[in-house]
Design a protein around this ligand. Structure first.
Ligand code: ADP
Length: 490
């Protein structure tokens, strides 16, 4: 099949979180199953064109595209070689994409022209197949920022202009990010105002809501784990207000578990590490631990665990329930390696607690891919006490790196981590259910006890490292959805 991925992120060069990893790994898995996969992204201002081997696609003409009242000059670029398995196209538009970020400024404030950016990205995405004379079977849009593609396919290019059946699939990586705007912002999208007023597709509680429109407008919709699909249709809070909209799609909404990108995340050949290691030779992991502690200038008390955290410092990730127990655990000898950026209040609180326990808690408030690898490898436990978690990739990487995750029983975490005490045979980590600091503390205490039993700990690490969340299986499931979207175009 010919598959066009429309995504704002793609690892490793345009990454904020899991969407980037998924866009890259799913595309690769589909390509290796014989599909022609092409990805289109904005050419962000911070991308180093030389380093990333991004160059203009001279055979395509420069274009002028209208967004609201403004006309923007646009040019297509390509990254790497056009003969590589997944072709990556980038749309240059200096007036909209020159900012050095994907969604926000460096202080975390969202771009004020996000809708215009999404509109241009969406238009460019649908023009590309025509310009390339490449009939597209499926347009696979990711998250709210790519919903304009779905809407343009439905309302502007219905049955024409986009060569091929061009069925649409929308994958929701996080229901909390919906992209809502005042109704008059519909003019920026260039869509009919009737869509912005009740009962129009875009209208939701007196505003326009891109994700809602995408859920109703795409041929099929999925999210990134079976459990999160259940939670978001069965619980108002998880549904973030869109529970009934999702329910209305019935069988057209499902959950497909993400895979782990084991090409990038493989401790047996990870170049970021002080030493490589595998399930049969864990000595390298001990070296990684020593190197990490030295790099971050921290040390646990003898025999106590090092807890790693790599993630966005936001409420979703359970940082609020982690912070209140860190001091106590640091006093008890735990060490913490925390890597993340996010909400200023959480960064501040994390800085404070790290400042109070300098020898035990290291907080690095950066995005640092290489340090992330060293934390997964050098920690004894990986913390993911999320309030909600559509799938979560970090716990999959932690498992592969022999670092048992401590997770809340939610979303994809519940689909991927089993509690080591409750399921001795298949357990891979420590699971707690409610989101109180005491519950996380109790899970960490259980982990502390098991950590002291080195034979049992080795068994636990081995069970985790043997887990295989395969992209090939996910790709097969996506193929089924693609076939259905195509069949609906006739
Ligand atoms: P989400 O998509 O909600 O952010 P996931 O667990 O699905 O969460 O994916 C997060 C990805 O982003 C992982 O690959 C994780 O290692 C990476 N990541 C998050 N924050 C940082 C950071 N500060 N530095 C490096 N990598 C990070």
């Amino acid at each position: 099949m010919n598959i066009l991925m429309v995504s704002a992120e793609m690892a490793p060069f345009a990454k904020v979180g899991g969407l980037a990893d998924v866009a890259a790994a799913l595309s690769r898995a589909l390509a290796s199953r014989g599909h022609d996969v092409r990805v289109i992204l904005p050419l962000y201002g911070n991308l180093d064109r030389d380093r990333e081997n991004i160059r203009p696609l001279k055979k395509l003409p420069p274009l002028a595209l209208r967004v609201g009242q403004e006309v923007h000059d646009v040019r297509f670029h390509v990254r790497g070689s056009t003969s590589s398995a997944v072709k990556i196209y980038l749309v240059e538009c200096s007036t909209l994409f020159e900012k050095k970020g994907i969604y926000t400024y460096s202080d975390g404030v969202g771009f004020e022209d996000s809708l215009a950016r999404s509109s241009l990205h969406g238009q460019a995405a649908l023009l590309l197949p025509r310009l390339l004379e490449w009939p597209v079977d499926v347009v696979h849009a990711h998250d709210a920022s790519s919903v304009p593609t779905v809407l343009y396919r439905k309302h502007w290019y219905a049955g024409r202009q986009v060569p091929g059946p061009a069925g649409t699939l929308l994958t929701i990586h996080n229901l909390a990010h919906q992209e809502t705007h005042p109704t008059d912002a519909v003019d920026t999208l260039g869509l009919s105002r009737t869509l912005a007023s009740y009962p129009g597709l875009l209208e939701f509680h007196g505003r326009i809501n891109l994700l809602k429109a995408g859920i109703l407008g795409a041929d099929l919709v999925n999210t990134v784990s079976p459990n999160y699909a259940l939670e978001t249709t069965g619980d108002e809070e998880y549904g973030c207000g869109l529970q009934e909209i999702l329910q209305s799609r019935g069988q057209d909404y499902c959950g497909i578990l993400n895979g782990g990108d084991y090409e990038t995340w493989d401790p047996t050949r990870d170049k970021a590490l002080a030493a490589t290691y595998g399930p049969d030779r864990l000595a390298g992991k001990a070296k990684c631990r020593t190197a990490l502690l030295k790099e971050l200038n921290i040390a646990p008390e003898n025999g106590q665990p090092v807890c790693g955290f790599v993630g966005r410092l936001v409420g979703q990730k359970g940082v609020d329930i982690l912070l209140p127990i860190m001091s106590r655990l640091a006093q008890d000898g735990f060490a913490f390696a925390i890597l993340g950026t996010g909400e200023p209040r959480l960064e501040k609180a994390m800085r404070e607690v790290a400042g109070r326990h300098k020898t035990r808690i290291a907080f690095v408030d950066k995005f640092d891919e290489s340090l992330a690898h060293r934390i997964y490898a050098g920690s004894d436990l990986f913390l993911m006490p999320s309030q909600f978690e559509p799938c979560g990739l970090s716990q999959m990487y932690a498992l592969r790196y022999g670092t048992p995750p401590v997770v809340r029983w939610t979303g994809g975490l519940a689909d991927t981590v089993a509690d080591a005490q409750q399921n001795e045979a298949v357990g891979t980590g420590f699971v707690f259910t409610d989101s109180r600091p005491e519950s996380l503390l109790a899970a960490l205490r259980r982990a502390q006890v098991m950590f002291a039993d080195s034979d049992r700990w080795l068994e636990l690490q081995a069970a985790g490292m043997a887990q295989d969340f395969s992209w090939d299986l996910a790709a097969e499931n996506y193929e089924e959805l693609y076939k259905t979207t195509v069949s609906r175009q006739n």
